[in-house]
Design a binder for this molecule. Structure first.
Ligand code: PLP
Length: 430
């Protein structure tokens, strides 16, 4: 099918699907195989030198995963996608495919805690300098960029404050200084709420563990290639130059617009090994089928519960990107369908202890570090996702001791409100 002819809701159930040629089975088949039998040795040689496309070994590709990757690429209107074992491995593989020791990337200050640690500790230890901009304004990114900069990196909605950067302005900067613009679009729900490619992103990463899977049943990540970046500017010899791993093959010449995603697969996945299992790819395919329906419900519930919190005496403040009071209200309206995601934060009146008491009194909402699950999740960042950050970084990320992040699930919002009500009753006013 040509994805250009169909809308999101249609693509989320049809893209990547082909009836099984032998049985006619309509569903995607789980292929639990590690390897694939070659027709002959010549066939094997052609696959290995990349002159013919085909399955070699499940670390590199698997039919179930290929169907899932096709669906993701179709939803994003992209030239290709690569599925990996987690969101963190999608980010790692992306940065390692762009930057080498001595290079740098410039990133937003509003990053998922895991990404922050990967950038500031693990990648720095590999010699890749991940510079954190003072704000999400383009001039603050530009101030840190130099001739060794290999990417600008932001989240389309930041964690946990739901800051939405001006994607167009940052994309314009990336074009001007000629570096790829990479966007973590986990909150954008595979393009349904936000599609960064429409605003100038070159590469998208997405933690599929969240809204793509949608049921909290498996881990995964995807890298998506918009096919828009021109790799022929001399800055990326690993893409436009003789490939060490493939007898001097030039990936840009061999794969054209899809050179980056090919690089991530043939070098990244081959060497780092963070491939998904076919069963997990199957779960992602099933999750995607209801993505728009789930997210619409969650976004509606989010507004309802956020409004309830706004009027509750034990809540000090509510930060919901769909309210005009949120600093990113304007950007969310521009870049996010419904001007909103399914996550918001509240700050309780009181102390760390009373906040913990509220969380521990919840009966329906789950105390977990998770977003995009089918059940409602309440997370206490100060004791979990942001526990490793120092005081200054905590303040910069907007994390206080009484801050809670709430990710609405598929329950009836009134039942969640009732659960909050009884939990608030356990918290003293002090
Ligand atoms: C969860 C998350 C990640 C990491 O994804 P995993 O699948 O948990 O490895 C990265 N970025 C954002 C914005 C996330 O929410």
């Amino acid at each position: 099918m040509n994805p250009k002819n169909y809308r999101f809701e249609t693509l989320q159930v049809h893209a990547g699907l082909r009836p099984d040629t032998e049985t006619g089975a309509r569903g995607v088949t789980i292929c639990p195989t590690a390897a694939y039998r070659f027709r002959n040795c010549d066939h094997a040689a052609r696959l290995f030198e990349l002159s013919e496309a085909g399955n070699i070994y499940t670390r590199l590709q698997n039919p179930t995963t290929t169907a899932y990757e096709e669906r993701i690429a179709a939803l994003y209107g992209a030239v290709g996608a690569l599925a990996v074992s987690s969101g963190m491995s999608a980010i790692l593989l992306t940065v390692l495919s762009l930057a080498r020791s001595g290079d740098n990337i410039v990133a937003s200050p509003y990053l998922y805690g895991g990404t922050y640690n990967q950038f500031r500790i693990s990648l720095r230890n590999l010699g890749i300098d991940c510079r954190i901009a003072a704000s999400e304004r383009a001039e603050d990114f530009e101030a840190l960029a130099d001739e060794r900069t290999k990417a600008l990196y932001v989240e389309s909605m930041g964690n946990p404050t739901c800051a939405v950067p001006d994607l167009e302005a940052l994309a314009a900067l990336a074009r001007r200084i000629d570096v790829p613009f990479v966007v973590d679009n986990t909150f954008g729900a595979a393009g349904y709420l936000c599609n960064p490619f429409e605003w100038g992103a070159d590469i998208v990463v997405d933690s599929a563990t969240k809204w793509i899977n949608g049921h909290g049943t498996s881990m995964g990540g995807v890298i998506v290639d918009g096919g828009t970046y021109d790799w022929g500017n001399g800055k990326f010899p690993q893409i436009d130059g003789p490939s060490e791993g493939y007898h001097g093959l030039n990936l840009r010449e061999a794969f054209g617009a899809a050179a980056f995603i090919a690089k991530c697969r043939v070098d990244g996945l081959r060497d780092l090994g963070c491939c998904p299992s076919p069963f997990d790819s199957y779960l992602m395919m099933i999750g995607l089928e209801t993505l728009s329906l789930r997210v619409r419900h969650e976004v509606e519930s989010t507004r309802k519960v956020a409004e309830y919190c706004l009027h509750h005496p034990k809540v000090k403040s509510v930060s919901f990107v769909g309210f005009e009071s949120h600093p990113s209200y304007g950007n969310a309206r521009k870049y996010y369908r419904f001007g909103s995601s399914a996550v918001f934060t509240i700050e309780l009146r009181g102390t760390l202890e009373s906040t913990v008491r509220f969380v521990e009194s919840l009966q329906l909402a789950a105390n977990m570090t998770m977003i995009g699950d089918s059940i409602t999740v309440v997370t206490h960042p100060a004791s979990t996702t942001h526990k490793q950050l120092g005081a200054a970084d905590l303040a910069a990320a907007g994390v206080t001791p009484t801050l809670l992040r709430i990710s609405l699930g598929l329950e009836n919002a009134d039942d969640i409100i009732a659960d909050f009500e009884q939990a608030f009753a356990h918290v003293s006013d002090k």
